[in-house]
Design a protein around this ligand. Structure first.
Ligand code: GUN
Length: 286
């Protein structure tokens, strides 16, 4: 069976071009979309992701600001920074890059972001809306996955979708989105028994376990649509997904590669969410 490789880079590029055009129109009316990224600590992967986000902002004409705080920063300091950003009118979107150092609790920082500026869709208010089937802002990676499914012309209705991973940022919102498209959804995680038996029943399989090459070909239903959310870096610099590409591509019907699949979509959807935040913040002029 031949496997179609979904080109996330191309889909993301198209979205970025649309955003660039809309940004140009906004700028003519005196509005420049502004994104602030808060980066606490020195996690090397986070520094790479934030750099990519800043470059993407520049390319579409956004104003962007990266605020770096040291690994030893106090929770109070991060809270104070977020509160300042909440008040600044030229900042439409705020993203607090995860993971945060241990002393800075995610459950305290994330709800401190103004839900109208929450471009990650992770504020409890926005997460609640998503789970009620009335999303206002959708977390970037699951949003990107849904756009890829759409670009492949795949109808989710009645299909069995299996999500491997239950993080707040990917697994849980992904499941909610698949459900909203009338898929029958199963969430698997590190305690799931007989994982392969479940994944082999998936018409759509989303791998977001954070484990390199974890999903092998024999765990995939022939012809399935497989979305690989993993970004795993080996010491030599090689990046692989959560799906073992070589064995999976012999079984799957459609597959996203790593790199060049879901990753570029995450960045594109962050730009999209920032643009939407502009619309939320200035309904009178937009
Ligand atoms: N770290 C890895 N992925 C993400 C993401 O989508 N959002 C944030 N805030 N941090 C991340």
């Amino acid at each position: 069976m031949s496997c179609q490789i979904i080109d996330g880079k191309a889909v993301a590029q198209k979205i970025r071009e649309e955003i660039k055009k809309k940004t140009g129109e906004l700028k003519k009316r005196g509005i420049t979309p502004g994104l602030a990224v808060v980066l606490v600590g020195d996690d090397p992967a986070s520094h790479i992701y934030v750099g990519l986000k800043e470059k993407a902002c520049r390319e579409v004409g956004f104003y962007s600001e990266i605020i770096k705080l040291p690994a030893g920063a106090a929770e109070e300091e991060v809270l104070k920074l977020v509160e300042e950003l909440n008040k600044r009118p030229e900042i439409h979107g705020i993203l607090v890059q995860l993971p945060l150092p241990k002393q800075v609790r995610e459950e305290i920082i994330i709800p401190s972001v103004d839900p109208g500026k929450d471009v990650d869709g992770s504020h409890p208010f926005n997460m609640g809306r998503l789970f009620m089937g009335r999303p206002r802002v959708i977390p970037c990676t699951p949003y990107g996955c849904m756009k890829l499914i759409e670009s492949a012309g795949y109808d989710l209705s009645g299909k069995h979708a299996v999500v491997v991973g239950r993080s707040n940022i990917v697994g849980k919102p992904m499941a909610a989105l698949l459900l909203s498209r009338n898929a029958t959804v199963t969430i698997c995680h590190s305690h799931t028994r007989n994982l392969g038996t479940i994944t082999r029943e998936a018409d759509v399989l989303v791998a977001a376990a954070g484990k390199a090459n974890f999903i092998r070909g024999e765990m995939i239903k022939p012809g399935a649509l497989v979305l690989d959310v993993g970004i795993n870096r080996f010491p030599g610099g090689k990046v692989v997904g959560d799906v073992d590409f070589s064995s999976a591509s012999r079984v799957a019907g459609m597959l996203t590669p790593v790199p060049g699949g879901v990753g570029p979509m995450t960045v594109a959807m962050l730009l999209m969410n920032t643009l939407k935040a502009v619309e939320n913040n200035c309904e009178d002029v937009c």
